[in-house]
Write a protein that binds this ligand. Structure first.
Ligand SMILES: Cc1cc2nc3c(=O)[nH]c(=O)nc-3n(C[C@H](O)[C@H](O)[C@H](O)COP(=O)(O)O)c2cc1C
Length: 382
């Protein structure tokens, strides 16, 4: 499968609840590659959103889903207890505490069918691997598939399943960990360590994700062998981003440097800015498994957004949040590219200067420029 959908090595990583159609279109129109998050959309909404996006951009874009990962058996008492644990927060927010916990929608199959029908250039997913039949259907339609790996083992499992590319999601990344093999605690590898190992282990195109806050980090991940930088948090303050005002204000504040891993909002581990809910909901017995916790906290998160209260919002952010800039998305893309190019030239000059100091005889590596990978280091063939 070809990477023809990729012009600039900048990808707007999928961001459910944050990316708008306008943001996705703006990044694609600026020469980057926008990905529409559809995990929280119904099949009908996916159909509508993709046709709206096609009206907003003629350039390629991707669509993202969560692979269905609900536990096969769920103890209703666990969910009821987690639901009751939220009663005091509902009272504080002035919303009704329903006797029965909300039930998460089960429309994964319908979502897959809707994406296949919509035929985006790229389909990306996280939380696991779709079954063989599903991946074959995407391949038969010529849709490029990208799975999410947080460890080398996950990358190899995805490669064995036949995906066309990989997000290598380092532990710095904002929001949910894509982890699906080992426990999350054993899958927290930084982007700098993860990307080159995934490149070596799979030989697939790798899209580096996690903590890429500006053009310096874009140049860095290209040097590690990634074909592009997949950036989430640094687009959260874009003019076209859809986050609530209280979330935007938290990102602008000093708090943005204080991110934690939490299961409080969805039942799956995710990185976000610390707040009252991440502090108070830490006991595993108070939290239902994903996606049940996600369903039972939804009314609280919605009310908090409406009331401008950041203490109960899921303030997803990666560890480089402080570097996010407030600007139209097209300007963010342009600045990322300019900064990456300047940094790559600077690195090239430094390394060329040191290699001439070492002398040609001792030079082990040759440096060359590559149209996609800004700089590539190669052993001479002789
Ligand atoms: C607000 C937010 C929402 C996210 N939602 C999704 C999602 O719906 N699907 C997904 O695969 N990844 C999601 N992610 C993870 C990103 O795709 C990506 O891995 C991450 O943002 C990269 O790290 P960074 O935030 O440090 O740039 C989300 C990230 C953020 C910040």
């Amino acid at each position: 499968m070809s990477l023809s959908f990729l012009d600039l090595p900048i990808v707007l990583a999928p961001m459910g609840g944050a990316s708008t159609l306008e943001l996705v279109a703006a990044v694609s129109n600026a020469g980057g590659f926008g990905i529409l998050p559809c995990a929280y959309s119904t099949p009908e909404q996916i159909t509508t959103q993709v046709s709206q996006l096609r009206r907003a951009t003629r350039r390629p874009f991707g669509v993202n889903l969560f692979v269905e990962s609900r536990p096969s058996v769920v103890d209703a008492h666990d969910v009821a207890r987690a639901h009751d644990r939220l009663r005091a927060y509902r009272e504080e927010l002035g919303i009704v505490h329903t006797p029965q916990p909300a039930v998460p929608p089960d429309h994964y199959r319908g979502q897959i069918d809707a994406v296949l029908k919509a035929r985006p250039d790229v389909f990306t997913f996280t939380f696991g691997i779709p079954d063989r039949d599903t991946l074959t259907r995407f391949r038969d339609l010529g849709i490029f598939t990208i799975g999410t790996a947080t460890t080398v083992d996950e990358a190899v499992a995805l490669a064995d399943a036949g995906v066309d590319g990989l997000f290598a999601q380092g532990s710095e990344a904002g929001a949910h960990r894509g982890t699906f093999l080992a426990p999350v605690e054993a899958s927290l590898i930084g982007t700098l360590a993860l990307v080159p190992q995934v490149v070596d282990a799979t030989h697939l195109p790798v899209f580096a994700a996690g903590g890429i806050g500006d053009g310096r980090a874009v140049a860095a991940v290209l040097a590690l062998g990634a074909v592009a930088a997949a950036i989430g948090t640094s687009f959260l303050l874009a003019a076209e981003s859809g986050i609530a005002v209280a979330y935007r204000n938290a990102l602008r504040s000093k708090r943005s440097t204080d991110t934690v891993l939490t299961r409080a909002f969805s039942g799956r581990t995710a990185r976000g800015m610390a707040n009252r809910l991440t502090q108070e909901l830490r006991d595993p017995d108070d939290i239902a498994p994903y996606p049940f916790q996600n369903a039972i906290t939804r009314d609280i998160r919605t009310a908090a957004g409406e009331q401008g209260r950041s203490d109960f919002l899921s303030l997803w952010a990666g560890q480089a949040a402080k570097l996010a800039k407030e600007a139209p998305a097209a300007d963010i893309v342009a600045e990322l590219m300019q900064e990456a190019q300047a940094r790559a030239e600077c690195v090239t000059e430094t390394l060329l200067a040191s290699s001439s100091l070492l002398g040609r005889k001792n030079r082990q590596y040759e440096l060359r420029k590559d149209p996609i990978r800004a700089i590539v280091f190669r052993r001479p063939s002789t």
